[in-house]
Design a binder for this molecule. Structure first.
Ligand code: GLU
Length: 301
């Protein structure tokens, strides 16, 4: 096992909703490379709060896929076992119960002057300060502060500023079925687990300002973010479990070698590697890639 005396603490945080595909594997590989290149600790965190989407077999298959690829971890966590810490954090925020249905919220958005214009509808504060419908299950919304939050990506050199109250609206932090929201759980966990560096897919980049706002509201330390290009298929579509993207398990159970799969993942980033390689031997490639402007075929810009 690599030394873990460094100050970096990283994590891979899969949702156990199905088999890992090659895109997940590439994210897992790069997150591991970042932790280990910094001589740091690496965590595996299963993000399994939405139990309706969890597949019980996916935990073990994910662990085996990671081990087969040569990716190890120092600690493992399941979010489903940490509900108390999310309840605690929620109790420290300025929240209110919201019993509006999705339809009521959408109708209010249409009625309001700020009809949806951006990528996501802005919650107009329908339940703020008004008595909610007793008897209906209530979600819990966070009264977002009227501040602009700017975030930086250390890999891509991106900056994104968002005024949460105008561009996002009050966030649901616990759904009306009791499930804690991903944004809350991820922020609480990264802080309490001592994570310093987040390496994850770029689909989560636009969620970063709201997560940083939550971090600040809860008094947690700032993190360094690196958002990775998503892997595309031959038609330029993002790989996804639901589209039947090739699974790591299938490759593991076929005649492919782990070294060959790791090499293919590295080559998909334009790294000039031999046909077979171990994750450990990719550490210098990761260091060089992080230090240079990113250019990857099929990368979203
Ligand atoms: N669980 C999320 C996913 O599978 C990743 C969350 C994160 O890295 O912040 O996409």
């Amino acid at each position: 096992m690599p030394e873990t005396g460094g100050t970096v603490v990283g994590r891979f945080a899969p949702s156990p909703t199905g088999a890992m595909h090659l895109g997940n594997a590439r994210t897992a590989l790069l997150a591991w490379l970042h932790s280990r290149a910094g001589g740091g600790r690496h965590l595996l965190r299963f993000e399994d709060l939405d139990t309706s989407r969890v597949r019980a077999w996916a935990y073990d298959v994910t662990r085996r896929d990671l081990e087969w690829l040569g990716l190890d971890w120092n600690e493992e966590y399941l979010q489903s076992e940490r509900l108390d810490v999310y309840a605690d954090a929620l109790g420290r925020l300025d929240t209110y119960p919201c019993t509006c249905t999705r339809r009521e919220v959408l109708a209010a958005i249409e009625d309001s002057a700020g009809a949806p214009h951006g990528e996501e509808p802005v919650y107009p504060g329908t339940c703020r300060g008004v008595p909610f419908h007793p008897g209906r299950p209530a979600a819990v919304r966070w009264r977002v502060p009227a501040i602009t939050v700017c975030v930086h990506d250390a890999l891509r050199e991106w900056t994104l500023c968002q005024c949460l109250s105008n561009e996002v609206g009050d966030l649901v932090l616990r759904r009306n079925d009791g499930v804690y929201a991903y944004h809350l759980a991820v922020v609480v966990d990264d802080a309490l687990m001592g994570v310093t560096d987040v390496v994850r897919g770029e689909d989560l980049w636009t969620a970063t300002p709201r997560q940083v706002a939550l971090q600040k509201a809860l008094g947690y330390p700032a993190l360094t973010y690196r958002h990775l290009p998503l892997m595309k298929d031959f038609e330029g579509q993002r790989l996804a479990k639901r589209n039947g993207a090739p699974g790591v398990r299938d490759l593991r159970e076929s005649s492919r070698t782990a070294g060959g799969v790791v090499a293919a993942l590295a080559r998909s980033l334009g790294w000039d590697v031999p046909d077979e390689i171990t994750p450990h031997d990719l550490i210098p490639f990761w260091r060089a890639w992080c230090g240079a402007p990113i250019s990857v075929a099929g990368t979203q810009t």
